[in-house]
Write a new protein. Structure first.
Length: 61
């Protein structure tokens, strides 16, 4: 959530300052395994199992 001075506070780990070689060097660590799982799941997305559609119901239609 942003505070009064516009700074954004998050509980997520900020890896934006790391280069790709630095990220790849994390293999074997907990963070490296989590990043690898995200990469694998992004490469082969699962089918949608839930969805939402919004619409107006017109009585008598």
């Amino acid at each position: 959530m942003a505070d009064a001075d516009g700074e954004f506070e998050s509980v997520l780990i900020d890896v934006s300052g790391l280069s790709l070689p630095e990220l790849f060097s994390l293999d074997g660590t907990v963070l490296g395994e989590a990043l690898n799982r995200v990469r694998v799941e992004a490469a082969a997305p699962r089918e949608v199992v839930a969805g939402f559609q919004s619409g107006m119901y017109e009585p008598g239609a």
